[in-house]
Design a protein around this ligand. Sequence first.
Ligand code: ZN
Length: 239
Amino acid sequence: MMETPNYQPLERRKVYEQIAEQLLAQIGSGRLRPGDSLPPERELTESFGVGRSSIREALRMLESQGVITGNGGSFAVADVANPLNSSIRLLFALDERTGMHDLFELRRILDCEAAALAAQRHRDQHVREMDAAIAEMDASLRADGRGDRFIDADLRFHIAVAEATGNRLLVHSMQAVRDVVRRALTTVFVIPRSPERAVVEHRGIRAAIAAGDPARARQEMFDHLVRVETDVEKGSAGG
Ligand SMILES: [Zn+2]
């Protein structure tokens, strides 16, 4: 007799996932093309007959998958659909020998070299974007302490560093790792003082980049990521 596989019970399908799927279908069919704006949030809320939070969650999910890009509250279909994104998530799920440690190592390789290049190549606009991301992290801690707003701002900072290199492939690769990292960061957010330390560390990275010091930028980024990884391990060990 064949042994019955030990499947997990299925989760009820979430509303935001169904919305994201339908928007994805619109893009896949070509009804929405790269660069096209998505309907505004309130229009989507009416069309789907759901709450605003479900629409926001769906948009956030598509954005983290690199399918759409946000700009001041409005969204457009991304110019380049990023196949790396789903590939990395798939590899992570399929290859059971890959673990969080591999993910963080990959992230360290990308982010540290990105920081060094950013120190050499950044323009003023990139430093302003880093500042905006840091301010947003800080504001979210003071306001409601909501994890997802903080984590979005944290990732926005790292993407700003990638943008400053001018290397589009690096931006795409970091965005691809971002979705998987996001889950780990949710763990870190609840560790006491971890988010506050991230703000301080980001300021250090930003200062080194703005000063045009590649070695220091690389080191500051390295220290930041090693600290975050240590906190993730502590978080998982604590359940
Ligand atoms: Zn960070």
